[in-house]
Design a protein around this ligand. Structure first.
Ligand code: SF4
Ligand code: SF4
Length: 452
């Protein structure tokens, strides 16, 4: 069985362990599956993220370990490719929201998110790629080429019951959900942000990776980050493609949407372009900052499975979420900014994106918020919000996605009607808006309004 991802980091996994029960086919991929020790910790309903689909259904086939069992069975069959298309296995993998909860919380760090990417890539070779998957995967490119058309089409669709039904019938997009509306074409070109003019006596150079979703759907977070960092004395460079790159005019994207649909070759192309653009900054030891947790986790985690060499390893170590960067600067006493104290009545609720939790970034948010005098804040104890990229708008998944959100996140938010909500993931903000009509802010936007 030829695999699409580079599983070489699992070469020694389970070797010499009589109980590892490594499946016959799949090589190192099979070893990555077999690291599960069947402790069934992923079938508990306590704190943390793992495993959202089990928590909602309490079906053992929809836990991390349940997926492992089904995959092992398939990888032990003589006709592996047919076995991988077993309907129960397909359904079990389809309901994995790729939250990375297991990678952090499972005692043996089963990485079902990457296993799912490999699984989808294998599935695509046999079943082809659906129109919906293609549209979702190519969305960053479509947004770049046709921003105005997409802006208008989504607006029409959101405001027309007939178009919503048509979208559900033809594309499998849930008619019950509003789709996020990208900003119109005027905000698409990053040249309108002159970071050099904003910086006064900059003390430290940083590079900001502007992901597709921030650029097109939430440019206010980009503006807030640039304003906050430049006003605090940092020289901010917005990452651009190298001028000698054949596609220099095409904006950069991490490739997350391709990874989510199992389109590994496309993801590799995007990843390589991004690494090429980052290389000169890495050589100058500039920290790389990203705002969207799913994009930063693609660069830090997923690129290591794409066989992209040493540069990918170095970039992974130098790339930080905004909150991680700020927390590091505060710890090193390099962040000169001061924040306005909070009023006694102010309440702040924070919902962490699963990939933020997977990289342990919640402690950075705590550190940053503690630098605001008198601020009372609390973290929502919740698993995945259910939106998980495009999962929550897919017709067949929309209900279970909302059930995930209703387990804890939405009731907690409703119980605090006057609280400010911080959610750094764009899909989390969308799910919160859909589920309880409340707006939420990226941490950068929240902080920027308080900088004195
Ligand atoms: S996936 Fe992890 S938590 Fe679940 S049974 Fe296997 S080892 Fe235990
Ligand atoms: S990635 Fe998330 S949904 Fe998928 S198996 Fe792991 S914990 Fe469950």
């Amino acid at each position: 069985m030829k695999t699409f991802l580079d599983w070489s980091s699992y070469t020694d996994a389970g070797l010499g362990d009589a109980y590892a029960d490594i499946p016959k086919s799949g090589g190192n991929f099979a070893k990555a599956v077999a690291v599960c020790i069947n402790s069934r910790q992923c079938e508990t309903l306590g704190k943390g993220v793992m495993c959202p689909s089990f928590r909602v259904t309490e079906d053992p086939h929809l836990s991390t370990g349940g997926r492992v069992k089904l995959l092992k069975q398939a990888l032990n069959e003589a006709g592996v490719m047919d076995a991988l298309l077993d309907p129960q296995l397909q359904q079990s993998m389809a309901l994995c929201v790729a939250c990375k909860g297991c990678k952090r919380e499972c005692e043996n760090a089963v990485d079902m998110t990457m296993i799912k990417t490999e699984y989808l890539a294998q599935q695509n070779t046999r079943n082809g790629i659906s129109l919906r998957s293609r549209l979702l995967a190519h969305l960053p490119k479509l947004l770049q080429r046709y921003p105005t058309a997409i802006h208008r089409a989504v607006k029409w669709r959101n405001n027309s019951a007939i178009l919503r039904k048509l979208g559900a019938a033809l594309l499998g997009i849930s008619a019950a959900h509003r789709l996020p509306e990208a900003h119109s074409a005027t905000t698409q070109n990053l040249d309108y942000i002159d970071t050099a003019a904003l910086s006064e006596q900059p003390t430290r150079e940083v590079v900001l990776f502007v992901d597709t979703f921030t650029q097109h759907y939430a440019p206010e977070n980009l503006h807030a980050t640039v304003a906050l960092l430049t006003r605090s004395g940092y020289q901010v460079t917005l990452l651009r493609p190298p001028q000698d790159n054949q596609q220099a005019s095409t904006t950069l994207c991490c490739g997350r949407t391709y990874l989510s649909q199992g389109m590994v070759d496309h993801a590799k192309t995007e990843a390589q372009r991004l690494l090429d653009a980052l290389k000169p900054h890495i050589e100058k030891n500039r920290p790389i900052i990203g705002l969207e947790p799913a994009c930063v986790s693609a660069i830090r985690d997923d690129y290591l499975f794409l066989g992209l060499g040493d540069l990918a390893q170095t970039v992974a170590k130098k790339t930080f979420l905004f909150e991680e960067f700020l927390a590091k600067e505060l710890t090193a006493k390099r962040f000169p900014g001061k924040f306005r104290p909070a009023d006694d009545s102010e309440q702040v609720l924070i919902h962490g994106h699963c990939h933020e939790k997977a990289v342990g970034a919640m402690k950075s948010i705590r550190k940053v918020l503690k630098s605001i005098p008198n601020l009372k804040f609390e973290f929502v104890e919740a698993s995945c919000c259910g939106m998980a990229g495009s999962f929550g708008i897919e017709k067949e998944h929309a209900q279970i996605a909302m059930e995930m959100a209703e387990q804890s996140l939405l009731p907690t938010i409703r119980s605090k009607p006057s609280a400010t909500i911080i959610a750094n993931g764009i899909s989390c903000r969308q799910q919160i808006r859909e589920g309880c009509e409340r707006a939420s802010l990226h941490l950068a936007a929240f902080l920027n309004t308080r900088l004195v």
